[in-house]
Design a protein around this ligand. Sequence first.
Ligand SMILES: Nc1ncnc2c1ncn2[C@@H]1O[C@H](COP(=O)(O)OP(=O)(O)O)[C@@H](O)[C@H]1O
Ligand SMILES: [Mg+2]
Length: 310
Amino acid sequence: MLPSDPPIPAASYHSLVTDHTQLASSVAAQGGVVMLIGAPDTGKSTLAGEILRQAASQGKVTAYVDADVAQSTVGPPGCVGLKWVRSVEDLRTISEADALRFVGSTNPARLVLQMVLATAALVEQAHASADLVVIDTTGTVSGVVGQTLKYHKVETCHPRLVVGLQRGSELDPIIGMLQRFFSVDVITAEVHPDLVPVSPDVRSEVRVQQFGKALSHPLEAWRIKPTVFAPTLPTGLDLDRLAGMVVGVQDGFGACLGLGVLEYTEGVLRVLTNHGEGMQGLRLGSMRIDPQTYETKPVNLRELMFGLAL
Ligand SMILES: Nc1ncnc2c1ncn2[C@@H]1O[C@H](COP(=O)(O)OP(=O)(O)O)[C@@H](O)[C@H]1O
Ligand SMILES: [Mg+2]
């Protein structure tokens, strides 16, 4: 039986800092895999940029793995993106991903497996040749989803350090859990006093623009067979149900080349995309998108395929 309150392992430390520039410089100096966590609007992406800027200006090879599928910095929403930052110049093109893994939703709630594996795959890819890997994460830090997501990200990405940005003590439960189960070092900092939260309307407008960039017109239309999907379609599925579904255009090596949207007209199934070259298969996402307005709506894949609301 476990003792009622097992102590935090001695190897862990949990220190509180207030100076973000100093925090960035100590993280940049050490290198390794570093994971940033915090609720939305706590300054994670800004701090990630500062860490990368400082490390790159010291000549370090750095990689940014952006696992925030809702508020993407690297690549389109709904994907985890990798950006190599070998010089400060590379930060100017931070939105242009060097590698992508498809998740298929901007809401991690139903896609914890996809989120964790996409992030771990890109961290592994980056870690092979980077001095420093910075992982940015979604703002889901509480409840079963937030805890499960962060637990398995730490389990698979093996960060040497977790940096938590918080208001008050909101991260205490998740940090306590991560230290208990992984003995990971943690630094927490208060949200910077100058930070002005971005309104939900602005954030959703940014998402619309990012989808617009990822699916910019003119899109090429590629005729496709119903056998190209993961997961595979059930026999007899009415293909009309796939219209408007967001897909990940995949190469044959697990990577995502970019986004596409399905179209079904006059009995012909097509994918509209700018990434058809090298396409080996399509991963079905969990959202529909209007290819004109770029507004998205969540879709339950099981319901779409089998009519079950599970
Ligand atoms: N240290 C800071 N000082 C001033 N503004 C900041 C600071 N950190 C972040 N911001 C601003 O606050 C907003 C949210 O920051 P962001 O890094 O996007 O947070 P998160 O990635 O946690 O959602 C952005 O508009 C950003 O420019
Ligand atoms: Mg962010």
